[in-house]
Write a new protein. Structure first.
Length: 298
């Protein structure tokens, strides 16, 4: 009955594992609902900021605000590469924990692709990584990371976004940086969270920018004063949305991974139980045959 005892041990182990994965699935589902609510709450504010910015934007005003400063076109005649000599910051958002399927691997792959593209175009890239998984990977491959953050939880706040991007805005204004990109997971649904690269600096002119220039607006105190406060808020909100969507995507990926693990554990458990029952039935049959044979011999 050694095989039977071994199977009973495996059955017990798989049952315990299934309890854990099932619990993690339910926890991730609960956290994902709250994270979805944060994403939904952030979108109207972002839309309103974009609409105000598009109404206020004009090429004349853009020249006065460093955050709107667009890079000069490359010298194609001289054969210069598109971003030669420019300094760029790439911010990668990953999670602090694993057990989320390919979630972190996809984000890291997107970041490596962007790094390769930027460096191939002649840019000097400064890497900022949020999350233990991204930090661990780039430490393993020997890539220098300028900033490492593990204090941003799965409940990001506006203060987290400000702490991430305020220093980068200062560097951009001082011309120590020419662009800032954020690699994050865009939350479309629980099953669709594609890794995405977003340029947050310089602030790109919104779609339809300048469409409100002919309208009769009363701006108080002035368009310049409004943009002075609005542009940093717009950048911080872009980073906050990236954090919120990544947090929601992480929980969605973890729920999917844990559901798959629970389903696999159930299938394995059924297989072990069938095997155990067959082995036990064969042993009982053999014992009956031995008893009948012994009785016939007597």
């Amino acid at each position: 009955m050694a095989k039977g005892r071994e199977l009973k041990g495996r059955i017990k182990s798989v049952e315990n594992t299934r309890k854990i994965t099932r619990t993690m699935e339910m926890v991730a589902a609960s956290k994902m609902k709250r994270a979805q609510d944060r994403v939904a709450a952030a979108r109207p504010y972002a839309t309103a900021l974009g609409e105000v910015l598009s109404r206020l934007y004009s090429p004349e005003l853009a020249e006065r605000f460093p955050l709107l400063r667009q890079p000069e076109p490359a010298n194609a005649a001289a054969g210069a590469r598109a971003m030669a000599g420019r300094r760029v910051a790439l911010v990668l958002l990953t999670s602090n924990r694993g057990l989320a399927g390919g979630f972190n691997a996809n984000l890291i792959k997107e970041a490596r692709t962007r790094l390769a593209e930027l460096e191939a175009n002649g840019a000097e890239v400064e890497l900022h990584v949020v999350g233990r998984k991204g930090i661990g990977f780039f430490r393993y491959v020997g890539r220098t990371v300028a900033v490492q953050r593990t204090d941003v939880t799965d409940r990001p706040t506006a203060a987290d976004a400000a702490s991430l991007v305020d220093g980068l805005m200062d560097d951009f204004v001082a011309r120590r940086l020419d662009a800032v990109y954020v690699v994050y997971a865009r939350f479309v649904s629980a099953l669709s969270t594609p890794p995405t690269t977003l340029q947050v600096l310089p602030v790109a002119p919104p779609a339809g920018a300048g469409a409100g220039a002919q309208r009769d607006y009363i701006l108080a105190p002035s368009a310049e004063a409004i943009l002075t406060e609005l542009l940093p808020s717009y950048v911080r909100n872009s980073v906050y949305r990236a954090l919120a969507e990544t947090a929601a995507a992480e929980q969605g990926a973890r729920r999917t991974a844990m559901k798959s693990a629970t389903d696999n554990a159930t299938e394995l458990l059924n297989l072990y139980k069938r095997t155990y029952n067959r082995a036990r039935q064969a042993q009982i049959t053999q014992e009956i045959a031995e008893i009948v044979g012994g009785a016939a011999a007597i």
